[in-house]
Design a protein around this ligand. Structure first.
Ligand SMILES: Nc1nc2c(c(=O)[nH]1)N[C@H]1C(S)=C(S)[C@@H](COP(=O)(O)OP(=O)(O)OC[C@H]3O[C@@H](n4cnc5c(=O)[nH]c(N)nc54)[C@H](O)[C@@H]3O)O[C@H]1N2
Ligand SMILES: Nc1nc2c(c(=O)[nH]1)N[C@H]1C(S)=C(S)[C@@H](COP(=O)(O)OP(=O)(O)OC[C@H]3O[C@@H](n4cnc5c(=O)[nH]c(N)nc54)[C@H](O)[C@@H]3O)O[C@H]1N2
Ligand code: SF4
Ligand SMILES: [Mo]
Length: 748
C-alpha cells in the first residue's frame, strides 16, 4: 500500500454555522470516506448535524469553481489567475482613478465570519478601498446587538452570552437554536445543553410566533405577535420596578441611568402592552417574577428580535432584563467570553462609541460600524450623482438572495459598470460579476473560528490545519484578499501578496514591542519575527495572536502558554474553562459604567410608543431555518437537498380556511415589492395571522451553475421584503412583513 492510499483521520472544525462542531474526517489518502462528530472535541463533544457530515460533498462538488471565470460577450470563460487579476485591475482602476472612491462598493457575506481570511485579511481590502460604500450581511442580521453593546458597554464587539451550562432559567426570544445551531451563542450540541438545564431542575421559556423545535423542547412557549418583543420586554420591566424586584447585586455602582429606565418602564404596564404583543398580562407578570427569582437566569434573543423594526430596542431591553435582575456578569447569567486569542480587558473606562459619523447619500442612514445598511445598496447603485456606486466587489455573499427587495437589487447589479465576486459558486449574485475569483475548497485551507469563540459558552482555543493539500497553482484565500488589496491600492496585480503579508506582520510586531500593556513590551521585534517566521499568512497571524493573548506563551515568558504549535498538538482544541465575570473591567464607556439609558434608545422608545395603538396587520410573514440549509448556499449538496420540498408557506388552519388555501396547493404571497408562489403547508405550529417562509431559496437564475440546487429551486423570500430598516442600526426588517395571500391563480 502506498502512503497516499493509507486510511487516515483528520480533525477539523465545521465551517458552516456558529456552533463550530469538531469533525472527525476519515480519508483514504486524499479521498474523503466519511465524516462524523469528533467525540473528543472540547466544545462539541461529538455533536454534528447533517451539514457537517456533508462537508465532503462541498469539497467534491463538481459545480464548485476551481478556476477563475471572466465574462466575455455575456458568457463565462475559465481563465488563469494572472488573467483574472489583470481583468480586475483593468475594470476597477479606471473607476477608482476617476477620482471618486465611493464609486466602488464592497459587500461581504456571512462566511467571512467563518474563514481565517475573512476574519484576518478582509480588513486590508476595506482599508485599500477607502470607500464609504461598505455593506455586509451584518445589516440583515445582528447589527442591533452591536448598537446596544456600543451604547451600553462602550464597544460594539462586547456581546454578552447566556451561560447555558450553568443557568437555571433561560428565556429565549426569537431564536431557534435546535435548528440553527445557536447564534451569538456558540454552543455546539444545543439540544443536549438545553436538556441539561431541565434535568438540573431549571426552566426554559420560549417567546416565538411559531412553535419551533426549540419551543417544543422548552417548558413553556408563548407565541408573540412578530415585531412586538419590545412591548413584552417593557411589560416585564414594568413588573420588576413595580414589584421592587429590581436587584442589581454585584452590578450596583457599575451602572448609571436606572431612574430613566424606571421612568420608561412605568409607561408600559402589562395591561398596556398585552394587546399589542399578544401575551397575557398574567403571563408577563409571572415570567418577570420567575426570572428575577431564579438563582441564575439568562435572557437571550436572536434573529427574530434583531431583524425587526425595533431591533435595537429589543437588544437593549434584553440586556436590561439581565442587568436589572443582577444576572449580568454572573455565572449562570449572561457573560462576556474571553477565548484563547483574547487580550485582557483594559479596565473600566474608554473612549465610548458612536454611530452616524457619516450618512448614506440617498436615504441619509447613519453609518454603523463603518457600514451602511445593505437595504439601501440598491438606492446607491440606482441613484445618479456624485458618489453613485458603479462597481461592486462581493466577497462570500449572495445579496440577491439574502438582502431585501431582491428583484430590485438583482436589476441594479445588472446595471453596474463592473463587478468582481470572490466566491466558489456561480449563483444568483455572482452571475452578475465580470470576474469570479474562487477560493480554494474548504478542506484545502487551515481553519480557526476566533470570531465565533468570542461568543462561545466556554473559553476555548482551537486550530485545524488544512486536511487536503492545496490545488496546484490555486492561491489561498488570504492571498486572494491581499492580491485584491494590492490591485485596489494601485500596487499592481503582479505584486507577490507574500510581500504585503510580511509587511503587515512586521508592523504588528514592531508596534506591540513598543506598547507597555503588551506581553512583548521591550522585546526585539526581529527576534519575535524570526520565531514566527516558519509560518506565513493567517497561521503566522494566529500564532502571533495566541502567543500575545492572555493565555499565550508570550514568546517564552509564560512557558506552557498557548502557541499555534501547542494547538497543532491538540487537534480537539483546548478548553480554558467556564466564562468568568468581567464587570467592570470589560466596560469601555467614558463613564466606566454600564449606560442603562443611552439617549438614542430612550428616543426610540417614543417611536415604539406611537405603534402601541395602531391596528395590527391581518397577515404577517416571518422566516424560518432548516437543519439542512445554511442561508442560500448549501442547496447544491445532494444529501442536503434530498427529501420533501422545504420551501413552503406554513399557514395556521384558521388562516388557510379563510384564505381558501389547501394543503400542498400553491399560494401567491405579495407585498409592494413583488410576489412569489409556493406550496402551502398547513400547520398548527403557526400563530393565526402569521405565516412563515424560509429564506435562502430561489435558485433559478438562468446563468447560475448549481445543478442540484436548481432541481428544487424554491422561491426567494426577499422578493417580498421591502427594505425597511431599524433606524438605529440600519438592520433590515425581515420578520413581521405585511403580506397579502391568495390561492395562486391558475396553479395546482
Ligand atoms: N428573509 C431573510 N433574509 C435573510 C435572513 C433571514 O432570516 N430572513 N437571514 C440573514 C442572515 S442572518 C444572514 S447572515 C444573511 C447571509 O447573507 P449572505 O452572506 O449574503 O448569504 P449566504 O447565503 O450566506 O451566501 C454566502 C456566499 O458565500 C459563498 N461562500 C461560502 N464559503 C465561502 C468561502 O469560504 N469563501 C468565499 N469567498 N465564498 C464563500 C457561497 O457560495 C455564497 O455565495 O442572510 C440574511 N438574509
Ligand atoms: N440550519 C441552519 N442553521 C443556521 C443558518 C441556516 O440558514 N440554517 N443560518 C445561520 C445564521 S447566518 C444565523 S444568523 C443563525 C440564526 O439563528 P436563530 O436566531 O436561531 O435563527 P432562526 O432559526 O431563524 O430563529 C429565529 C426565530 O425567530 C422567530 N421570530 C420571527 N419573528 C419574531 C419576532 O418578532 N419575535 C420573536 N420573539 N420571534 C420571532 C422565528 O419564528 C424563528 O423561530 O442561524 C445560523 N445557523
Ligand atoms: S451544527 Fe453547525 S457547526 Fe455543527 S456540524 Fe452542523 S453546521 Fe457544522
Ligand atoms: Mo446570520
Amino acid at each position: 500500500m502506498t502512503l497516499s492510499q493509507e486510511i487516515r483521520t483528520a480533525f477539523r472544525t465545521c465551517p458552516f454555522c456558529e456552533a463550530t462542531c469538531g469533525l472527525e474526517i476519515t480519508l483514504k489518502g486524499n479521498e474523503i470516506l466519511h465524516i462524523n462528530g469528533d467525540k473528543e472535541d472540547v466544545l462539541s463533544g461529538g455533536y454534528c448535524c447533517p451539514k457537517g457530515m456533508a462537508l465532503g460533498e462541498l469539497q467534491n462538488d463538481s459545480d464548485r469553481l476551481r478556476h477563475p471565470l471572466i465574462k466575455r460577450n455575456g458568457a463565462f470563460e475559465e481563465v488563469s489567475w494572472e488573467a483574472a487579476y489583470a481583468e480586475v485591475e483593468k475594470g476597477l482602476l479606471p473607476i477608482i482613478k476617476r477620482g471618486n472612491r465611493d464609486a466602488v462598493a464592497l459587500f461581504y457575506g456571512n462566511p467571512c465570519a467563518h474563514t481565517l481570511a475573512g476574519q484576518l485579511y478582509l480588513q486590508h481590502i476595506i482599508r485599500a478601498l477607502k470607500t464609504r460604500n461598505l455593506y455586509s450581511a451584518s445589516t440583515t442580521d445582528q447589527m442591533p446587538r452591536h448598537v446596544a453593546s456600543g451604547l451600553m458597554f462602550g464597544s460594539p464587539a462586547l456581546i454578552s452570552i447566556p451561560d447555558l451550562d450553568r443557568t437555571q432559567y433561560l428565556l429565549i426570544l426569537g431564536a431557534n437554536p435546535l435548528v440553527s445551531g445557536g447564534s451569538m451563542c456558540t454552543a455546539p450540541g444545543f439540544p443536549k445543553r438545553l436538556a441539561a438545564i431541565r434535568n438540573r431542575g431549571g426552566k426554559i421559556v420560549v417567546i416565538d410566533p411559531a412553535k419551533t423545535r426549540t419551543a417544543k423542547a422548552a417548558d413553556e412557549h408563548h407565541p408573540i405577535r412578530p415585531g412586538t418583543d419590545a412591548f413584552f420586554l417593557l411589560g416585564m420591566m414594568h413588573v420588576l420596578f413595580a414589584e421592587e424586584l429590581v436587584s442589581l447585586k454585584h452590578l450596583s455602582g457599575h451602572v448609571q441611568g436606572i431612574e430613566e429606565v424606571r421612568g420608561i418602564a412605568a409607561q408600559f404596564s402589562p395591561e398596556q402592552v398585552s394587546g399589542a404583543c399578544g401575551i397575557e398580562t398574567a403571563v408577563i407578570r409571572r415570567l418577570a417574577r420567575e426570572f428575577s427569582a431564579a438563582p441564575a437566569a439568562a435572557a437571550y434573543g436572536r434573529i427574530g428580535t434583531n431583524t425587526v423594526c425595533f431591533g435595537s430596542l429589543n437588544a437593549w431591553l434584553i440586556e436590561l432584563l439581565n442587568i436589572l435582575t443582577g444576572n449580568f456578569g454572573k455565572a449562570g447569567g449572561s457573560l462576556f467570553p474571553q477565548p484563547g486569542h483574547s487580550v485582557p480587558f483594559q479596565g473600566p473606562g474608554g473612549k465610548g462609541w458612536q454611530t452616524g459619523r457619516r450618512r448614506s447619500r440617498v436615504k441619509g442612514y447613519p453609518e454603523v460600524m463603518g457600514e451602511f445598511p445593505v437595504a439601501t445598496l440598491t438606492d446607491e447603485i440606482e441613484t445618479p450623482g456624485e458618489g453613485q456606486i458603479r462597481a461592486l466587489l462581493t466577497i462570500a455573499g449572495n445579496p440577491v438572495v439574502s438582502s431585501p427587495n431582491a428583484n430590485r437589487l438583482d436589476k441594479a447589479l445588472a446595471s453596474l459598470d463592473f463587478m468582481v465576486s470572490v466566491d466558489f459558486y456561480l449563483n444568483e449574485t455572482t452571475c452578475h460579476a465580470d470576474v469570479i475569483l474562487p477560493p480554494p475548497g474548504p478542506l484545502n485551507t487551515g481553519h480557526s473560528d476566533i470570531m465565533l469563540y468570542n461568543n462561545a459558552v466556554r473559553n476555548v482555543a482551537h486550530y485545524s490545519p488544512p486536511v487536503l493539500p492545496p490545488q496546484p497553482g490555486h492561491p489561498d484565500k488570504w492571498e486572494i484578499m491581499l492580491s485584491l488589496s494590492l490591485i485596489i491600492s494601485g500596487q499592481g496585480a503582479a505584486t507577490d501578496p507574500a510581500i504585503l503579508d510580511d509587511f503587515i506582520i512586521a508592523q504588528l510586531v514592531s508596534s506591540a514591542v513598543k506598547k507597555e500593556s503588551s506581553t512583548v513590551a521591550g522585546r526585539e521585534a526581529s527576534e519575535l519575527l524570526s520565531i514566527l517566521g516558519k509560518r506565513k499568512g493567517p497561521e503566522r497571524m494566529l500564532d502571533w495572536m495566541f502567543r500575545t493573548g492572555q493565555y499565550g506563551d508570550g514568546f517564552g515568558k509564560n512557558p506552557g502558554g498557548i502557541s499555534l504549535d501547542r494547538l497543532e498538538n491538540h487537534p480537539h482544541g483546548l478548553d480554558l474553562g467556564p466564562l468568568t465575570p468581567a464587570i467592570p473591567e470589560a466596560i469601555s464607556t467614558p463613564s466606566g459604567k454600564i449606560e442603562l439609558a443611552p439617549l438614542q434608545l430612550l428616543a426610540d422608545v417614543q417611536r415604539l410608543k406611537t405603534t402601541l395603538r395602531i391596528k395590527q396587520p391581518d397577515l404577517v410573514l416571518i422566516g424560518r431555518r432548516n437543519i439542512r440549509s445554511c442561508n442560500s448556499w448549501l442547496h447544491n449538496l445532494p444529501s442536503l437537498l434530498k427529501g420533501d420540498n422545504r420551501c413552503t408557506l406554513l399557514v395556521h388552519p384558521q388562516d388557510a380556511a379563510r384564505l381558501g388555501l389547501a394543503q400542498g396547493a400553491y399560494a401567491r404571497i405579495s407585498t409592494g415589492t413583488g410576489f412569489v408562489e409556493v406550496p402551502v403547508e398547513i400547520s398548527e405550529d403557526m400563530l393565526p395571522g402569521v405565516v412563515s417562509l424560509p429564506h435562502g431559496w430561489g435558485h433559478n437564475a438562468p446563468e447560475s451553475r448549481m445543478a442540484v440546487a436548481k432541481i428544487n429551486a424554491g422561491v426567494n423570500s426577499n422578493i417580498l421584503t421591502p427594505g425597511d430598516v431599524d433606524p438605529l442600526s440600519g438592520n433590515a426588517v425581515l420578520n413581521g412583513i405585511t403580506v397579502k395571500i391568495v390561492p395562486a391563480p391558475g396553479r395546482e
